[in-house]
Write a protein that binds this ligand. Structure first.
Ligand SMILES: Cc1cc2nc3c(=O)[nH]c(=O)nc-3n(C[C@H](O)[C@H](O)[C@H](O)COP(=O)(O)OP(=O)(O)OC[C@H]3O[C@@H](n4cnc5c(N)ncnc54)[C@H](O)[C@@H]3O)c2cc1C
Length: 186
């Protein structure tokens, strides 16, 4: 069983996985390779000079894998509350995790199929999003959401930031105390 399964390896999902894996949590990232970010040329991502969307996505994958996050191709079709864990159903098999993070970009199908509360998107061209609480929790126990699919502004710095913020909220919930991840310049 994984500590956390993340659906989506775009800026929101990979940024979250970087935090959870670096915190020593057993992290699986399932991705259906439909990231809109792969079409972008990004000049407005603080701290990163001009970068292509594909390079930004690949760098994110490298960063999370450095801390042993597992990246696997796969499409999550449904998640089910199984009491002390979440059952994650994909097109090719099933997994179990203590927590799930939905970071599925413009696609809210898996949330809808799982009976998780959704609502109309407030960002341009984003039809349906997952209805979250301030900290990222969805209407299903142990299932959280981040990034574009959580109605955040459709910009890489915002979705990556929100992925990190919700990951920190999940880690704080897991550990029962507020989580901080700082490395010091030696
Ligand atoms: C043409 C274009 C240009 C852009 N230019 C800029 C720019 O200059 N600056 C900027 O800040 N932003 C730009 N953006 C927006 C940027 O790409 C998004 O804001 C943002 O990064 C989205 O991040 P995300 O992680 O929420 O979603 P995504 O990057 O879309 O990632 C979501 C991931 O979830 C996966 N997924 C979806 N459903 C499932 C499922 N059921 N199971 C498993 N995986 C699933 C998808 O395959 C995808 O990989 C641009 C977007 C486009 C389309």
């Amino acid at each position: 069983m994984y500590d956390i399964i993340i659906a989506g390896a775009g800026p929101a999902g990979a940024s979250a996985a970087l935090f959870t894996a670096k915190a020593g949590k057993k992290t699986l990232v399932l991705d259906s390779d439909q990231s809109m970010t792969r079409k972008a040329w990004v000049k407005n991502h603080y701290g990163a000079k001009e970068i292509s969307g594909p390079d930004l996505v690949e760098t994110g994958l490298e960063q999370m894998k450095k801390f042993d996050a597992v990246h696997q191709s796969g499409k999550v079709t449904k998640v089910e509350d199984a009491g002390d864990h979440v059952q994650v159903i994909t097109e090719d098999g099933e997994y179990q995790a203590s927590y799930v993070l939905l970071a599925t970009g413009t696609i809210a199908d898996a949330a809808e199929a799982s009976g998780i509360q959704t609502k109309e998107g407030s960002e341009p061209r984003i039809k349906k999003v997952v209805d979250i609480q301030e900290d990222g929790r969805t209407s299903m126990n142990r299932v959280w959401a981040a990034g574009t699919c959580a109605d955040k502004s459709v910009h890489t710095i915002v979705t990556a930031g929100h992925g990190a913020e919700v990951a920190i909220n999940i880690l704080s919930d897991m550990n029962g105390e507020r989580y901080v991840d700082h490395d010091v310049l030696k």
